[in-house]
Design a protein around this ligand. Structure first.
Ligand code: NAG
Ligand code: NAG
Ligand code: NAG
Ligand code: NAG
Ligand code: NAG
Length: 298
C-alpha cells in the first residue's frame, strides 16, 4: 500500500528531474503574455477601444487569411519533394489590414527570403530549417515537409519567404513579445506552429470530397458548387483563386478576425472581402500527376 509519504517523495523526485535538460525539456517557443491577463479581449478589426498591447492582440494585420493552394506537381519530384495525397497544401497565414489592403516585409532585421522583390536584399544565410532544428522540433519539421510544399525550389525557401513577407507584419510575432529571455528564431518557430494549427481547421480536400467534389481531369465544376461545399462546412465564403483565365482552381483563402493573439486566440471565420477569380462555370479541379503525390497520415 502506498503511503502519503512515498507519494510525496515520488512527486518530489519528478519535480527535480524536470529541471535537467532532456528530450522532454526542450526550449519553449511561446511568447510572454503575462501582461495580457489584465486586458479586455476584443476581436481584431472589431475593437471599440484602442488595443493597447500589440503582443496581446493582432493590432497590425487584423484581417487574417489562412491560405492554401492546389498544385498538381512540385518540379522537384526527383528529390522526393511530393504533395500530400488527399490534402491541399499550406500557403501561409497572411495579415491583411482591416480594409483589405496589406503590408509586407515589415522588419528587414528578420529577412529570410532568398528571392525578395527589389530593393529588399536577398537572404543568403542558413536555411530556416536549421532554426526549427535548433529547437529540436522534429515533429513540426516533419509536418511542414508533408503539407507545406514548394514548387520549383526547396520547401524551406518557401517557409522563409512566408515568414519575412507576412509574419513580420503581424504584431503578435514581434520579437518584443518574447522578451525577456528571447531565444533567437523563437518567433519564427512559433509562427510555423501557428500556421500548421490554423491550417488544420480547414481540410479543404475532405470538405470538397464530402460534397462529391473530387479532382477530375474529365469533369468541370461550377464556382457555386465549390463555394457552397465550403460555405456549408465553415459558415463563410472563402476566396477561391483560379489560374488559366479563371478556369483552373488552384487557391483558397479563409478570412478571419482574431480574438487575442494569433498564436492562441480564437479565429472567427468571415466571408471573403475579395471577389473570386474563377469563372462561374467550367472550373477544372485537376487530378495531380500520380508520381507527384505520396500517401500521408494525418
Ligand atoms: C514576462 O514579462 C513580464 C513583464 O511584462 C516579466 O515581469 C516576467 O518576468 C516575464 N516572464 C517570463 C517568464 O520571462
Ligand atoms: C482598435 O485598435 C487599433 C489598434 O490599437 C486602433 O488603431 C483603433 O483605433 C481601435 N479602434 C477603435 C474604434 O478604438
Ligand atoms: C478570358 O475569359 C474572358 C471571359 O470568359 C474572355 O472574354 C477572354 O477572352 C478570355 N481571355 C483569354 C486570353 O482567353
Ligand atoms: C456571407 O455570404 C453568404 C453567401 O453569399 C451570405 O448568405 C451571408 O449573408 C454572408 N454573411 C455575412 C455575415 O455577410
Ligand atoms: C490531370 O491534368 C493535369 C493538368 O493538365 C496534369 O498535370 C495531371 O498530370 C493530370 N492527372 C492525371 C492523373 O492525368
Amino acid at each position: 500500500m502506498f503511503s502519503a509519504v512515498s507519494l510525496a517523495s515520488l512527486l518530489a523526485v519528478t519535480a527535480v528531474e524536470a529541471t535537467f535538460p532532456s528530450p522532454w525539456n526542450l526550449p519553449t517557443t511561446y511568447p510572454n503574455l503575462t501582461a495580457c491577463t489584465s486586458l479586455p479581449v476584443q476581436y481584431s478589426c472589431e475593437n471599440t477601444t484602442v488595443l493597447t498591447n500589440s503582443c496581446c492582440n493582432v493590432v497590425k494585420g487584423g484581417l487574417v487569411l489562412q491560405t492554401q493552394f492546389w498544385d498538381t506537381y512540385t518540379g522537384l519530384e526527383d528529390e522526393g519533394q511530393l504533395l500530400p495525397k488527399g490534402s491541399w497544401g499550406i500557403h501561409g497565414l497572411w495579415p491583411d489590414n482591416c480594409d483589405g489592403s496589406y503590408d509586407q516585409y515589415c522588419d528587414l532585421s528578420r529577412q529570410y527570403d532568398r528571392d525578395p522583390p527589389s530593393p529588399i536584399p536577398p537572404y543568403t544565410g542558413p536555411s530556416v530549417r536549421t532554426f526549427i532544428e535548433a529547437f529540436e522540433r522534429w515533429d513540426l519539421l516533419e509536418y511542414m515537409d508533408t503539407f507545406w510544399i514548394n514548387q520549383g525550389a526547396p520547401n524551406a525557401d518557401f517557409w522563409g519567404h512566408e515568414f519575412s513577407k507576412h509574419a513580420t507584419c503581424t504584431s503578435t510575432f514581434d520579437v518584443a513579445c518574447y522578451e525577456p529571455g528571447y531565444k533567437e528564431h523563437q518567433d519564427v518557430v512559433n509562427f510555423y506552429e501557428t500556421v500548421t494549427k490554423v491550417f488544420q481547421m480547414y481540410p479543404t480536400y475532405n470538405m470538397l470530397a464530402a460534397a462529391g467534389i473530387l479532382p477530375s481531369n474529365t469533369t468541370t465544376y461550377t464556382l457555386a458548387q465549390i463555394t457552397n461545399a465550403l460555405y456549408s462546412q465553415t459558415g463563410a465564403v472563402p476566396y477561391l483563386g483560379c489560374s488559366g483565365n479563371g478556369t483552373v482552381l488552384d487557391e483558397v483563402w479563409y478570412f478571419h478576425h482574431v480574438l487575442g493573439t494569433e498564436q492562441y486566440g480564437h479565429f472567427k471565420t468571415l466571408n471573403s472581402t475579395t471577389a473570386s477569380s474563377c469563372s462561374a462555370t467550367g472550373v477544372w479541379y485537376y487530378e495531380r500527376t500520380p508520381t507527384s503525390e505520396r500517401v500521408v497520415t494525418y
